[in-house]
Design a protein around this ligand. Structure first.
Ligand SMILES: [Zn+2]
Length: 324
């Protein structure tokens, strides 16, 4: 069913260590094993969990790169046509959408088709820059939202462990369909991963049940799903690209919000500079701390995989919000 092309063989020969880490040790030539291309980190993590000992996963968003502003190399674009399954979120990364359209990949899995996405307006305004104005369906239907890169929805669903469970279950089904010989393993791996995510969800429920305040302040408004699930309120400093400076008017509003709600902390993300957070915190005598949006893992991340970083985020929130 799967043709082992030279392009796929070459990285297999050059990167045995990487393949070992993916659980494909000694199986480089196993053409029956599915190769998954994941668009960004949480999709990579979910794919790796469900594949278990089978197949391999590569990620389009390199560690440390901004997921939103992703640009693809010709080699990455070619890899889409060769993959057995491409896992992505349509409307989040325009470069990936374009590449999938170009390659005519009929094995592309848009996770937005199975995960319930929140509108960008539900929690915050979330505008990551000026690559908007592409011709995606969502933007055609919502021309008034042309300031949003990702059409009209908030892409950061992976901040909700329950939505991740939905994704993992759907991934198990997709992989079982593409590699029926191992379908029992994918079903079992998916079930185990769902259990892990349910445990994580339980820790968030318990850890955030009794807090002095529900509001938390972030520079990158990437936590709308987390806020929605655990009854918190995210106050995004600038609903724009994390690198952009908020306007003086927005800074004034933020000062007021912080005082009204008795905030202790301004959260910034790991992949971008914390100068905005430091400036605001300095004005108000607040702390700064990391809340990781999980868009990519680096050595600066407060953990080395999805569950450990989620738990680090939970602890940071509990401290900032005075949770008992
Ligand atoms: Zn983001």
């Amino acid at each position: 069913m799967v043709l082992m092309s030279f392009k796929r063989l070459l990285p297999a020969l050059l990167a045995p260590a990487l393949l070992t880490a993916c659980g494909a040790a000694g199986g480089e030539a196993d053409t029956a094993s599915p190769h998954v291309v994941a668009a960004f980190y949480p999709l990579e993590w979910a794919s790796t969990q469900v594949l278990g000992d089978h197949g391999s996963v590569t990620t389009l968003t390199a560690p440390g790169a901004e997921a939103h502003d992703l640009e693809l190399t010709p080699r990455q674009i070619a890899s889409l046509a060769e993959a057995d399954l491409v896992v992505y979120l349509k409307g989040f990364q325009p470069a990936v959408d374009d590449a999938i359209e170009q390659s005519g990949a009929d094995h592309a899995f848009d996770v937005g088709g199975v995960v319930d996405l929140l509108s960008a307006e539900d929690g915050h305004s979330h505008d990551h820059g000026e690559e908007g104005g592409d011709d995606s369906d969502a933007e055609e239907e919502h021309a008034e939202d042309d300031g949003h890169d990702h059409g009209d929805f908030d892409p950061h669903f992976w901040q909700d462990p329950e939505r991740m469970q939905v994704l993992v279950t759907a991934l198990g089904d997709r992989l079982a369909a593409s590699d029926p010989d191992n379908s029992a393993d994918y079903a079992s791996n998916a079930a185990t991963t769902v259990e892990k995510l349910a445990r994580l969800d339980g820790e968030f429920q318990a850890g955030l049940a009794q807090c002095e305040r529900p509001e938390f302040m972030t520079t990158h408004a990437a936590f709308g799903y987390l806020a929605d699930r655990y009854n918190l309120t995210e106050i995004g400093v600038s609903g724009v690209n994390p690198d952009d400076e908020p306007s003086p008017a927005r800074i004034a509003e933020i000062h007021k919000e912080a005082q009204v709600h008795g905030l202790t902390t301004v959260f910034f993300e790991t992949l971008t500079s914390n100068s905005v957070a430091e400036a605001i915190a300095g004005d108000l005598g607040l702390e700064t701390a990391v809340l990781d949006p999980l868009e990519g893992i680096t050595e600066k991340s407060p953990g080395d995989d999805y569950p450990s970083i989620m738990r680090a985020n939970l602890e940071a929130l509990r401290v900032a919000n005075g949770c008992s």
